[in-house]
Ligand binder design. Structure first.
Ligand code: HEM
Length: 401
């Protein structure tokens, strides 16, 4: 017998807490029943199939970033680039900024950070491991990425804890609140003020850091202004901090849930990269990116008009069985090369090599020191954000090697 529940059309509400707990059954229904989903309530379309999400990422002529990449009312604005820099710009402005920043934020600059990233990792990891029981997010994963960004841009060690505190305030949302609270606004201003002073100092005296490199970046006489450098430094905090924290904790969590898979990197540290990649595919921290259409476009017989808001559900694309066989299985042996967790095309995550390096070092140090671990599910807390997926708290107990 067919019940009403079986036939009721799929409803996708990115604000619903059930969706934050587990969006994947809904994504599966979207992919098969409503690949061009329309929400009248929240005024958006959602694309959920891998082929459509990837196509939209690559089609910058139709899909614009100019209103930012988030549905959150505080972020959705034609001024989004003031806070989100070139993430919220289209070509040619995007191309100009990204090329200039790319002169300073180079792969060799990232690779040269390996030793310092390891030191930062151990600075937070060793005391936590010595305690035996600790909060994986609060004591470890939540600390490393912001300190790495500070190291990269040249924030002195003495100021880093304060910058971490400010960044946490900027990113923090009380449960169920999706707008930036006043405290977060104040912290953002303080952070911007800090970076302004730092840029001013570097203008007078360069150092071996990204801020100095950005000041000197030049293409055919064109240079970044102070405001542009500040906006980029701010973007790194927003785009590269929480996402990397969530990646580390998601790996720890899904490893715990899948002991046979976890056993692989613990037996062979050479497999930590597979652990990070499969976590990125299986449960990515950046679940969706918003676009606004610049011209009409049709998907599967449904026309989306110009000026519409479209969500690209990266979290769903990563579970599409057209690309990933048996997608609901967490499997470190699978081919993950087609994951879209870092986007694709012109806006492809500029920090992906850094995030991957951090994950390799952090997970590598963990498997070399820890023999086994448990997680306390009762103490786990999930963040309730519409685009960032991951844990706010993950109590864990380790048995050292
Ligand atoms: C696991 C960690 C990370 C994930 C899942 C992630 C995800 C993403 C995604 C999906 C985009 C594309 C957005 C779009 O198409 O609208 C993006 C862009 C970006 N990310 Fe990441 N990111 C991560 C880490 C980082 C780190 C560590 C940094 C730098 C410190 C960073 C800096 C950026 C920047 C600058 C952009 C904008 C690129 C552009 O618009 O051209 N990200 N990231």
């Amino acid at each position: 017998m067919t019940t009403t529940a079986d036939t009721a059309p799929v409803v996708y509400n990115p604000y619903a807490y059930e969706m934050h707990e587990d969006p994947y059954p809904t994504y599966a229904r979207l992919r098969s029943e409503a690949p061009v989903y329309r929400s009248e309530e929240f005024d958006f379309w959602a694309l959920s199939r891998h082929e459509d999400v990837l196509g939209a990422f690559r089609n910058v002529d139709t899909f614009s970033n100019s209103w930012g990449v988030s549905l959150d009312p505080s972020a959705f604005s034609p001024d989004a680039h003031k806070m989100m820099s070139f993430l919220a710009l289209d070509p040619p402005k995007h191309t100009r900024m990204r090329s200039l920043v790319g002169k300073g934020f180079t792969p060799s600059k990232v690779n040269a950070m390996e030793t310092r990233i390891r030191e930062i990792t151990l600075e937070h990891l060793v005391p936590a491991l010595e305690r035996g029981t600790f909060d994986f997010v609060e004591d470890f994963a939540g600390k490393v990425p912001m300190d790495v960004i500070s190291e990269l841009v040249g924030v002195p060690v003495a100021d880093r804890a304060e910058l971490r505190r400010l960044a946490d305030l900027v990113l923090h949302r009380d449960d169920g609140v999706f707008d930036v609270p006043q405290e977060g606004m104040d912290a953002a201003l303080t952070l911007v003020g800090y970076y302004e002073v730092m840029i001013d100092e570097r203008r007078r005296s360069r150092r071996d850091d990204l801020t100095s490199a950005l000041i000197d970046a030049e293409i055919d006489g064109d240079r970044l202004t102070d405001e542009e450098i500040v906006a980029f430094l701010f973007l790194m905090v927003v785009a590269g901090n929480e996402t990397t924290t969530k990646l580390l904790a998601n790996a720890w969590y899904w490893g715990w849930r899948n002991p046979d898979e976890r056993a692989k990197p613990f037996a062979d540290p050479g497999r930590v990269a597979d652990w990070a990649e499969e976590t990125l595919r299986y449960d990515t921290s950046s679940q969706m990116l918003l676009r606004v259409t610049r011209q009409p476009i049709e998907f599967h017989g449904t026309r989306i008009a110009e000026g519409e808001r479209v969500l690209l559900l990266a979290g769903s694309a990563n579970r599409d069985d057209a690309v990933f066989p048996d997608p609901e299985r967490y499997d470190l042996d699978r081919d993950t090369t087609k994951l879209v967790s870092f986007g694709s095309g012109r806006h492809f995550c500029m920090g992906a090599p850094l995030a991957r390096l951090e994950a390799r070092i952090a997970l590598g140090e963990l498997v070399s020191r820890v023999a086994d671990y448990e997680v306390d599910p009762a103490g786990m807390m999930r963040v309730h954000s519409i685009n960032v997926r991951g844990l706010a708290s993950l109590p864990t107990t380790v048995v050292l090697r």
